[in-house]
Write a protein of this length. Structure first.
Length: 172
């Protein structure tokens, strides 16, 4: 992989883990580069200005560079304050992050999914129906990754779905 430099890329932090004494390895979901792994050097130090920005559910502007799969975070700025998820919504937000962490491959851009993720966080923040927000995101994730479900017609015969009928789904 040749050296690359990315500047001011909108992204969300979806997972972190400690690395050595003062650093973090972060997984970020970026608008134009998909899921990326970055090393954030020195952010665990007491006086690190970047540490406060590296929070989940906060839209960030990230810059990075490097030649390998694990690139170095060079700048982080806050685009938008963290969505103030509370109570059950926090767990729902972490569930969305887990879906992205485990179901997306690295460096596979999904700009539309990025916008659906952002909208889902906002819906979790304001919605009484968190389950509806989760199902919406799950369906969009399936569509974006090529596993979308046909929910407007029957697969066997192409008949349209009738609103008042019950249907069964039988995975093959």
């Amino acid at each position: 992989m040749s050296g690359s430099r990315v500047s001011s890329q909108p992204a969300y932090l979806i997972h972190t883990r400690a690395y050595r004494e003062t650093s973090l390895i972060i997984e970020a979901f970026s608008q134009d580069y998909g899921k990326v792994s970055l090393i954030a050097k020195g952010v665990r130090k007491k006086n690190s200005p970047s540490a406060a920005h590296l929070q989940p559910f906060k839209e960030l502007s990230l810059s990075w560079q490097g030649r390998s799969e694990l690139q170095t975070l060079t700048a982080v700025d806050c685009i938008d304050q963290a969505t103030k998820l509370q109570g059950k919504a926090v767990f729902c937000g972490f569930y969305l992050n887990e879906l992205l962490t485990f179901l997306l491959t690295k460096h596979d851009p999904h700009p539309a999914l990025y916008l659906h993720y952002k909208a889902s966080l906002e819906a979790l923040n304001r919605s009484a129906s968190q389950e509806a927000a989760l199902r919406y995101f799950e369906l969009k994730l399936l569509e974006e990754t090529g596993y979308g479900l046909c929910l407007d017609s029957e697969i066997r015969n192409g008949n349209p779905i009738v609103e008042d009928r019950l249907y069964c789904f039988h995975p093959e």
